[in-house]
Design a protein around this ligand. Structure first.
Ligand code: F6R
Length: 610
């Protein structure tokens, strides 16, 4: 949450910083600000609301300053306002900082500083950092930043600049992202690579508690104590075009259409010529796989739904008991986990605070932890014993789509792999599934190219005034119903519930009245007949059924007002196709309601706070 960028170089940096913020806007967008050192003082600009508001006022920040820091905020402490927008400065106006994360002990630090005479101008936790630096400064910004860090608790990344050292940015991180971009005669620091991807692909990922001093010609990394740390640059091969909308009206729509590629890339090189699954990097030996006793999946939001798909697959194919839990609950339980447990932590960003905490708990208890993530170099990859990368490419839309599908693909591959290695699946069964998995990207591409979006849009347009949706599914289609409901809630703001279809008569059926729209995931499955009975039950209460069904299914035509047909596949792989019309449905309901689909209210793409 929150995006930060800093630039030090020879070019006037106002527009460079603003362009960087644009690329980070998905991390938060309730206020923003820029601070540039110019003529021995800071020039500061703050604005409330998203970056359009800051852009409209950019010309107020004139000058040729070539060093600056900027921030786009997702409010945690203090409502969105000019006062609470970053950068924050100290009492003397000599230091400015931007921060992402939370300073957990800020109240005690703040009252200490106030007793010493420091005056605060905002309600944020971040402002204490500027005052801590002011208090600690003895002629070295690097040392003052390190000293402030020692006094702070929580998880955060911050960058500081000082008018007395006008050619330097100092940055440090603790459990939240920080990446350094290396240019020619200029350097960057940021929360994420897209912020400077148009300028450089050479990056360094500093570790926690390493103090990074960046000038236009150098990047020096030291431990808190001041010992030199050497970190080699890496080259990122991300496609810059991927960060643009490429002709689509929104990132979310573009990302929905990128799903065939995300699936193909996540599958690539993971199936051998004999059709068996090859997964490297899990850090699990054959013996360790064989002696596994249980799997614990931890994740949040959409990633949790991918974990639920993983449960059905692992139980069926690997015959292991699987628990899936939202990370914020898992971390505060006393879970029964230890040696012999495989903990799968699913997080597209690899930075979600609750998921990271759950991983640590599992690791300390002796479990083998594997991160399933989309981001190379993310915190989750550093804290896990092994990593399974999804390869969905950069996702900007706040509502996850292509990363979800890639996570589902990763879960299916992992379940097949564990089943095959533990001897529960015969080679010909694995081959059958992997051959079918290989067909899916093409099936999905054809489905999208043949006008699926237009058909869903027609139906969605008629539902912009609906007051409520219910989504139903059974078995491996239940996570699909849950994910469809989450998309509707996130971007259309229409209250939506999701239920196991067989559970409906135990309560939620009472919600239904004449015409209530009920979305049912009714693709081919072993529980199809049971599901049809549930559809009859909702019909009998007057519901208007919108079904997702396997192509060629004519049995539903009398029961459903609308049917979104998806290509036929094996039921265990069906979430890879059946969720797509639900993503599109949510998208078009939100669009025709006039909502800002890429920037849903109150949300941020990366949730680095508890
Ligand atoms: C929903 C969505 C969120 C995330 C959740 C976890 O569209 O994007 O629910 O899935 O915040 O994020 P990651 O996967 O980054 O841990």
């Amino acid at each position: 949450m929150c995006g930060i960028i800093g630039y030090v170089g020879t070019r006037p940096c106002r527009d460079i910083l603003f362009r960087g913020l644009r690329k980070l806007e998905y991390r938060g967008y309730d206020s923003a600000g820029i601070s540039i050192i110019d003529g021995g003082r800071f020039k500061l600009l703050h604005s409330v609301g998203n970056l359009d508001n800051l852009e409209a006022r950019l010309s107020e920040l004139d000058g040729e300053g070539t060093v600056g820091i900027a921030h786009t905020r997702w409010a945690t402490h203090g409502r969105p306002s000019n006062e609470n927008a970053h950068p924050h400065t100290d009492c003397s106006g000599r230091f400015a900082i931007v921060l992402n994360g939370i300073v957990e002990n800020y109240l005690s630090l703040r009252s200490q500083l106030q007793q010493e005479g420091h005056e605060f101008t905002s309600e944020t936790d971040a402002e204490v950092v500027a005052h801590l630096i002011e208090r600690a400064y003895r002629g070295s910004l690097r040392d003052a930043v390190a000293e402030a860090f020692r006094q702070m608790e929580g998880h955060f990344t911050y960058c500081a600049v000082a008018v007395e050292e006008p050619e330097v940015i100092v940055a440090v991180r603790k459990e939240t992202p920080l990446v350094v971009g290396l240019g020619e005669g200029e350097n960057y620091v940021a929360s994420a690579i897209p912020a400077f991807l148009s300028e450089t692909r050479r990056v360094i990922f500093p570790e926690d508690a390493e103090v990074v001093v960046v000038t236009r010609d150098s990047v020096e990394i030291t431990s808190l104590a001041g010992d030199t740390v050497s970190r080699s640059p890496q080259i990122v091969d991300w496609d810059e075009e991927a960060a643009e909308k490429a002709g689509y009206e929104t990132f979310m729509l573009k990302e929905i259409h990128e799903q065939p590629v995300a699936l193909a890339d996540t599958l690539a090189e993971r199936v051998g010529p004999d059709g068996r699954v090859i997964l490297e990097g899990l850090g699990l030996s054959f013996e360790a796989l064989r002696s596994l006793r249980q799997v614990n999946i931890v994740a949040c939001g959409t990633s949790y739904h991918a974990g639920l798909v993983g449960k059905y697959a692992l139980e069926r194919w690997a015959r292991l008991p699987v628990e899936v839990e939202v990370a914020s609950e898992f971390r505060y339980r006393d879970p029964v986990i230890g040696p012999g447990s495989l903990c799968l932590a699913i997080s597209q960003s690899g930075e979600t605070a609750d998921t990271l905490a759950a991983m640590r708990l599992a690791r300390e208890a002796g479990a083998h932890v594997v991160a399933v993530t989309n981001i190379v170099g993310s915190q989750a990859t550093r804290e896990a014993h092994g990593v399974l990368f999804t390869r969905a490419g950069l996702e900007i839309g706040v509502a996850a789509t292509k990363t979800f599908l890639a996570q589902v693909m990763a879960m299916l591959l992992l379940a097949l792999y564990v089943g095959q290695e533990r001897g529960h699946l015969a080679t010909e069964d694995v081959r059958g599934f992997t051959e079918e998995l290989r067909r899916i990207p093409g099936l999905l591409r054809d489905y999208l190219e043949e006008g699926a979006a237009g058909r869903v849009e027609q139906v969605a347009r008629r539902h912009t005034n609906s007051r409520f949706f219910l989504c139903l599914g059974r078995n491996i289609s239940l996570p699909v119903a849950l994910e469809g409901a989450l998309k509707l809630k996130e971007i259309s703001y229409i209250p939506t519930d999701a239920y196991a279809a067989g559970e409906m008569k135990h309560g939620p059926i009472a919600l239904l009245e004449e015409g209530s729209p009920v979305l049912v995931v009714a693709t081919d499955s072993c529980v199809y007949d049971k599901l049809i009975s549930n559809v009859q039950e909702v019909k009998a209460r007057g519901a208007s059924v919108i079904a997702v069904a396997s192509e060629g299914n004519v049995g539903l035509t009398d029961m459903a007002e609308e049917i979104f047909y998806v290509p036929r596949t094996h039921e265990m792989l069906s979430p890879l196709l059946s969720v797509v019309p639900l993503q599109l449905f949510a998208y078009y309901v939100a669009k025709h309601k006039g909502e800002k689909v890429d920037q849903p209210r109150n949300l941020a793409k990366t949730v680095t706070v508890e």
